[in-house]
Write a protein that binds this ligand. Structure first.
Ligand code: ATR
Length: 276
């Protein structure tokens, strides 16, 4: 019987996940299809019960349900629980199990392009929202403990450091403090929504005083080059946009569902073709 997968969110119709997963299912001769599931906040519990009742094999979870879905699932993977957000659910013999592939997806995209070992590097994470939590926990869990966090609301950065269950060497900073110390960082990662289409003229930080040879990553992929990335490039940085993270978080979800790690480069190309 054809297996059913999908992405649950609101809004969700713009998501490119169906294109990349359906292509991967075809590519691997898996008899499955992946849909958009528009689910309002108030309908989440019913939708999760419905997924179980009709035997959906797995689904992604996006805004605004990533946190709210946790108590509705049967089991939560350790890092997803620590992060407090789920972006991937698998149905294993009627049990819905939640995972978070955002942080490790980011890490795989980063190490694809940034070849130097991360362990001793000084890293600045800008933002302290859901995406930042996943990235921060994955970085420190994988042995890159020197991560400072700068956020508009500094208390949220402080909370993130406290919440992180893995050994780390982190400071919580204001944006101004981060700007003043920018030259210290080998890797700078931007995770807020500042600069995302249609607000493409905004940048979260003055990036002009970066270290020579710094690597600067933005998890935004629309536009492909944010104002922040363009300024980082002008200041001599190597840059990376969010397409790689998007492709790898999807590839890791596909692996959880099927046991097969798909061609993430092909996934990236589908996204680039659609955006370009
Ligand atoms: P996500 O799940 O995409 O990370 P989120 O949890 O709502 O979204 O987090 C949004 C992040 O973007 C936060 O770090 C937020 O800063 P605050 O904690 O101060 O709210 C940051 N952010 C959003 N709009 C911003 C703006 N105009 N200027 C600076 N930071 C902003």
């Amino acid at each position: 019987m054809k297996k059913i997968y999908g992405v649950m969110g609101d809004p969700v119709e713009h998501s490119m996940s169906p294109e990349i997963h359906n292509d991967a299912f075809t590519n691997h001769n898996i008899n499955a299809c992946y849909h958009h599931f528009q689910v309002r906040r108030a309908g989440l519990a019913d939708a999760v019960r419905g997924m179980k009742a009709i035997g959906v094999s797995g689904f992604n979870v996006t805004i605004p349900h990533k946190e709210a879905i946790i108590p509705l699932l049967d089991e939560i993977d350790e890092i997803a629980l620590a992060i407090g957000a789920v972006n991937t659910v698998v149905n294993r013999e009627g049990k819905l199990i939640g995972y978070n592939t955002d942080g490790n997806g980011f890490l795989q995209a980063l190490t694809d392009q940034y070849k130097s070992p991360l362990a001793g590097k000084k890293i600045l994470l800008i933002g302290a929202g859901g995406a930042a939590r996943g990235i921060y926990f994955s970085l420190v869990k994988e042995g890159a403990p020197n991560v400072d966090i700068a956020n508009r609301t500094r208390e949220k950065a402080e909370k993130l450091v406290v919440d992180c269950p893995y050994p780390k060497n982190s400071r919580a900073l204001s944006i101004t403090e981060a700007e003043q110390g920018l030259g210290d960082y080998d890797v700078i990662i931007h995770t807020t929504s500042v600069g995302m289409s249609p607000h493409i003229d905004a940048s979260p930080i003055d990036i002009s005083n970066i270290k020579k040879g710094a690597f600067v990553s933005d998890i935004i992929y629309n536009p492909l080059e944010t104002k922040f990335l363009a300024e980082a490039k002008s200041s001599g940085a190597d840059i990376q946009n969010g397409v790689g993270m998007f492709a790898y978080q999807a590839a890791l979800a596909f692996e959880i569902w099927t046991g097969i790690f798909p061609d993430a480069v092909r996934m990236k190309e589908i996204v680039l073709k659609k955006l370009g």
